[in-house]
Design a binder for this molecule. Structure first.
Ligand code: ARG
Length: 505
């Protein structure tokens, strides 16, 4: 194609203009698509009464949420059943109407569970899909939305969902913790260096390191419990933003849905405007997921380092690693790397929610529909991460010889040597200085710290005595660390029984 021909082709295809100023075939096709997307159809929506025409196809696609909020169906149906029970109780519908509505909702839920329900994008969201399906079966369904708005409805669905989701994630974290406890138990005697600044620092039992991970995951678990407790307030009755003129009984609905305190007293939200505008829970949930993700990532990073040839303290399970398409010898720690990578995604979701809500005026704004994809993604990915961590950990094989070689350097007990001087009356700062000089001397002489002679040590500080090499007995050194939270064997036994008790049920 010559340059001129190319210019003519471009003009024809990309600028809607044919050579003689006519509209090109391509442009006609494109206009057809656009006018089709803009076509007005009669509104099928529950709010259609005020409108003479329905939304453009493009708008339907742009604004639908059923593609992601359909997973709220069981919670939406539970909410509607409780709401209809309350409407019957206060006399706004008859008991027969309540029965018909509830039976219809049960049938719809069964269809959804069986994968037979036809979700319609034109009906926008999970709420309107279910309501319309119900209306087609049960005339009384027209009364279901009495004293309710989708604003308090979606807030209710999500609070029910958060309570469920927090329970699921807490259980998955538990499973990961159990997996860690089993590895700790199988390697009870193994010692490794603990690191600071990624430099070998002091010896610890491997189990003590693994118990540090258990603590991290325990805090995550507690955070999900706290989010579930925050979720435990019933929004129904807040209406669109200003409640209702009808004589509803919010406490009754709250009780039916399990929004109750420890004594079974109903908990209902206290301000109708805050109720429909508030998205704190979304942020708190995403924050709990993001922080769990940070913990997964830090654990994964330790495992990646430990499994490298440079450390080789552990062998990762084949089932959670992959090979290289080019280098036949490679075994890559992919599950750990993805645990590290997913944490970025979890933080992104939290950030999305913070940004989504920060500039919104009270109360509900349609922007808030975008609150669900990040929350659902955080739930899915956090659950997956916990499962993968549990699986990876279950297959860890510690290389005991490499561990004991790594922990054998007497320099790891230099601090103990300073403590030895302290017990002989030397001020810690002086002791630290003296041992620093001893370490330097050993380095100069290219010998291990415990291979220097007593006279060399006494040349550095007069308080050193013949028993100074006793400090380098690893077993003794660890046994001395017996205070709460320390890595000695007495504490380790305590922690084993503490975690076994905690993770039992
Ligand atoms: N799909 C909507 C959402 O998730 C439900 C609430 C709609 N409320 C409204 N006033 N348009 O936010």
């Amino acid at each position: 194609m010559s340059a001129n021909e190319l210019a003519a082709y471009n003009a024809q295809h990309y600028q809607n203009r044919g050579p003689a100023g006519t509209v090109s075939r391509c442009a006609v096709w494109r206009q057809g698509v656009i006018s089709c997307l803009m076509a007005k159809q009669p509104s099928q929506a529950t709010w259609g009464g005020r409108f003479t025409a329905g939304p453009a196809e493009l708008m339907l696609q742009f604004s639908e949420s059923v593609s992601f909020d359909h997973r709220l169906a069981p919670f939406d149906i539970a909410g509607s059943k409780a709401h209809s029970a309350m409407l019957a109780r206060v006399g706004l519908i008859t008991p027969q109407e309540r029965e018909a509505i509830q039976a219809g909702l049960d049938a719809i839920l069964a269809e959804i569970k069986a994968g037979k329900f036809k979700w319609k994008v034109q009906l926008e969201d999970v709420h309107m899909n279910i309501e319309q399906a119900l209306t087609q079966r049960v005339p009384a369904a027209a009364k279901l939305h009495t004293a309710r708005s989708r604003n308090d409805q979606v807030a209710t669905d999500m609070r029910l969902w958060f309570k469920h989701a927090c329970g699921v994630l807490a259980n998955k974290l538990r499973a990961a913790q159990r997996s860690l406890l089993a590895v700790a138990a199988a390697n009870r005697e193994v010692l490794i260096p603990g690191y600071t600044h990624l430099q070998r620092a002091q010896p610890v039992f491997l189990a003590h390191h693994l118990f540090a991970w258990l603590e991290m995951l325990e805090r995550d678990r507690a955070r999900f419990d706290a989010v579930a407790a925050q979720a435990n307030w019933c929004p129904l009755g807040a209406g669109a933003l200003a409640g209702t003129t009808l004589p509803i009984d919010r406490e009754f609905t709250a009780k039916l849905l399990g929004f109750v305190d420890a004594k079974g007293r109903p908990q209902v939200t206290q301000n109708s405007m805050d109720t429909v505008a508030d998205r704190d829970l979304f942020i708190e949930f995403a924050a709990a997921c993001a922080l769990a993700g940070v913990h997964f990532s830090r654990i994964a990073e330790d495992l990646i380092l430990w499994s490298s040839a440079e450390f080789k303290l552990v062998e990762l399970p084949d089932a959670f690693c992959t090979g290289s398409s080019l280098m036949p010898q490679k075994k890559n720690p992919d599950s750990c790397e993805l645990l590290r990578g997913k944490s970025a995604r979890l933080q992104g979701n939290l950030h999305t929610l913070l940004t989504l809500t920060k500039g919104l005026p009270l109360t509900y704004n349609r922007d808030l529909q975008e609150d669900k994809p990040p929350v659902f993604d955080s739930f899915d990915q956090t659950g997956l991460c916990a499962d993968v961590l549990a699986g990876t950990v279950a297959g860890l094989k510690f290389c005991r010889e490499r561990c004991s070689a790594a922990v054998a350097d007497p320099a790891l007990l230099a601090t103990d040597l300073a403590d030895y001087l302290v017990l002989r009356g030397v001020a810690f700062r002086d002791a630290h200085h003296a041992v620093g000089a001893v370490v330097r001397l050993a380095e100069q002489k290219q010998v291990a710290l415990n291979q220097l002679s007593l006279s060399e040590l006494q040349g550095v500080h007069a308080a050193f005595a013949a028993d100074w090499t006793g400090v380098f007995d690893l077993k003794r050194a660890l046994a001395k660390r017996r205070g709460t939270g320390m890595p000695g064997p007495v504490q380790l036994r305590r922690q084993f029984s503490r975690w076994t008790r905690r993770l039992k049920s």
